[in-house]
Design a protein around this ligand. Structure first.
Ligand SMILES: Cc1cc2nc3c(=O)[nH]c(=O)nc-3n(C[C@H](O)[C@H](O)[C@H](O)COP(=O)(O)O)c2cc1C
Length: 182
């Protein structure tokens, strides 16, 4: 797949199954992540990879967060299962450093670019993925469990695996609707 096809045909895959990225594919995905644009070369990111047992550990963290929010019944049980919707979940964290020229927003954006780069790399490798946040990305229990402090931010949970369904036949927005010229 050439670069422009990837950029213009990119899509998410919400329904994923095994196999997830193998070791060599994961290396490629992470190599794409660390090429994200990065003001002052702060490398303001951390990637927490969960697969196998790791998915259950992440589910346990979501479960504790749901408990702390007072969830019960099905909602509580669902929290534990959320990460098992894919063979691999990469939690993308913006690790913000104090810098006179690089505010937190720029470091959050860099981490977001890394998330998209990983999703694109996965798609180029024939895999699929979806970038999710949901309330757990902002949850204090989840933040603490993953060492997310201060202006750090979980920018997303990138679910990766093999798509269960074909690319959706979805109309793209018309770029002209968002463009003006000075
Ligand atoms: C920061 C961010 C957070 C997102 N969080 C969710 C989410 O929690 N759940 C979800 O279904 N989609 C979420 N999305 C949207 C999907 O990743 C995806 O872009 C959307 O389903 C549209 O599909 P497409 O990428 O194929 O156009 C999020 C996207 C971004 C950029």
């Amino acid at each position: 797949m050439d670069a422009l096809t990837l950029l213009t045909q990119r899509h998410s895959s919400p329904r994923l199954t095994e196999p997830g990225p193998d070791a060599s594919q994961l290396d490629t995905i992470l190599a794409a992540a660390v090429k994200a644009p990065d003001h002052a070369a702060l490398t303001p990111w951390q990637f927490v990879i969960a697969q196998g047992e790791g998915l259950l550990k992440l589910g346990e963290i979501f479960y504790r967060a749901a408990q702390a929010k007072g969830e019960s019944g099905e909602a509580l049980a669902r929290a534990r299962l959320l990460p098992t919707r894919a063979p691999m979940v990469i939690t993308v964290i913006a690790k913000v450093q104090a810098h006179p020229k690089v505010p937190a927003i720029e470091q959050h954006l860099s981490a977001g670019c890394a998330a998209m780069a990983m999703q694109m790399a996965a798609q180029a490798l024939g895999l699929g993925g979806i970038w999710r946040t949901g309330s757990y990305a902002f949850d204090p229990v989840v933040r603490q469990a993953l060492g997310v402090e201060g202006e750090d931010q979980i920018v997303g949970f990138l679910y990766l695996g093999t798509p269960l369904s074909k690319a959706p036949n979805k109309k793209s927005p018309d770029p002209a609707d968002y463009v003006c010229y000075l």
